[in-house]
Design a protein around this ligand. Structure first.
Ligand SMILES: Cc1ncc(C[n+]2csc(CCOP(=O)(O)OP(=O)(O)O)c2C)c(N)n1
Length: 333
């Protein structure tokens, strides 16, 4: 789904491809939400619902040979970069058929063959990994770029400054993509984050602040950022203002025991700004797509999700003993 930079914005076919990818992320996560509620999933899941435009608007500019790092909320990044829905679903179900043989789970979906360096349970962990990947990309001189997705909470980690300093000093081809969804776990960002996050980055590199629920705005900012990085001009920073619609994790109501840290009205307001519905309305309003084209995408995505869920459910459970083989080379040789 790689796109090339154009001043005129994404073409109709690029918009349709992005719509399909965003819808896939949404429907996959709705299935995970339901499977989690039914007690079918073995571990925690942090859903990306409401943030789909961020991952898709950026990854639309990347090839398989480019690198990304995701977060603990990483299903959307994995799928946006072209990760296999079946293998991702099986991983979250902790099956041998999973992309990491069921050893990683939701917070560690990765596929090096697609340039997906992984989701990450360490908040801010991807910052140094993506910067290192960008250093490698600079050394091999093939025009690859690395994109680091991270949250507003991660911008308060020390590694945030370290990564931006090195990236700027060495003019590394890395794009820092901050998805400011306004919360770190159960704490509103404004209670723990001083000033504007993009202003921190401006000490090191150019930065843009965009509406993270508008995939076209994200796509445009990412076009400039990635073009710049690819052509050797160094790093770029994007802060996408968005909102996490679901809880921090699906077990949130149980953890909070009825406690609340945000208003239902606020969630309802942001639900109205749904990035997927917004792109669908744009496609229909501008006649970039007819209702039947949009319906066909919906049906195709539903089929992919059903297949992924069936594949995950049918797989053999992962063998915990196998983790020792992965840790100690030759243990079973
Ligand atoms: C180094 C580290 N510190 C703390 C945690 C616990 N933790 C998990 S998610 C999270 C909040 C992260 O917020 P943000 O980076 O904004 O991402 P979001 O959950 O909003 O997507 C925290 C503190 C962790 N996983 N890793």
């Amino acid at each position: 789904m790689t796109t090339k930079r154009t001043d005129s914005g994404p073409s109709d076919s690029q918009l349709l491809a992005m719509y399909e990818r965003m819808l896939l992320i949404r429907r996959m996560e709705e299935r995970l939400r339901d499977d989690n509620a039914a007690g079918k999933l073995p571990g925690a899941v942090h859903l990306y619902i409401g943030q789909e435009a961020c991952g898709v608007g950026v990854c639309a500019h990347l090839d398989e040979t480019d690198w990304i790092t995701g977060t603990h909320r990483g299903h959307g990044h994995f799928l946006a970069k072209g990760g296999d829905p079946k293998a991702m679903m099986a991983e979250i179900w902790a099956k041998r058929t999973g992309i990491c043989k069921g050893m990683g789970g939701s917070m560690h979906v990765a596929d090096l063959s697609k340039g997906i360096l992984g989701a990450n349970g360490i908040v801010g962990g991807g910052l140094a990994i993506a910067t290192g990947a960008a250093f490698a990309a600079k050394l091999d001189g093939k025009g690859r770029v690395a994109v680091c997705f991270f949250g507003d909470g991660a911008s308060n980690q020390g590694v945030f400054m370290e990564a931006m300093n090195v990236a700027s000093l060495w003019r590394l081809p890395v794009v820092f993509m901050c998805e400011n969804n306004q919360f770190s776990e159960f704490t509103p960002s404004k209670e723990v984050t001083a000033g504007e996050i993009a202003d921190r980055a401006r000490a090191f590199m150019p930065a843009a602040v965009v509406d993270g629920n508008d995939v076209i705005a994200v796509w445009r900012a990412a076009a400039e950022a990635i073009d710049r990085a690819r052509s050797g001009e160094g790093p770029f920073f994007i802060e996408a203002k968005t909102y996490r619609i679901r809880g921090h994790m699906e077990a949130e109501p149980m953890l909070l025991g009825g406690g609340k840290y945000r208003d239902d009205g606020e969630i309802a307001e942001w639900t109205k700004k749904c990035p997927v519905a917004r792109l669908k309305a744009h496609l229909l309003d501008t006649k970039a797509a007819t209702a039947s084209v949009v319906d066909a995408i919906e049906a195709r995505v539903a089929g992919i999700v059903d297949d992924a869920a069936a594949y995950a459910e049918a797989g053999e459970p992962a063998d915990p003993e196998f983790s020792f083989d992965l840790m100690f080379a030759g243990r079973r040789a």
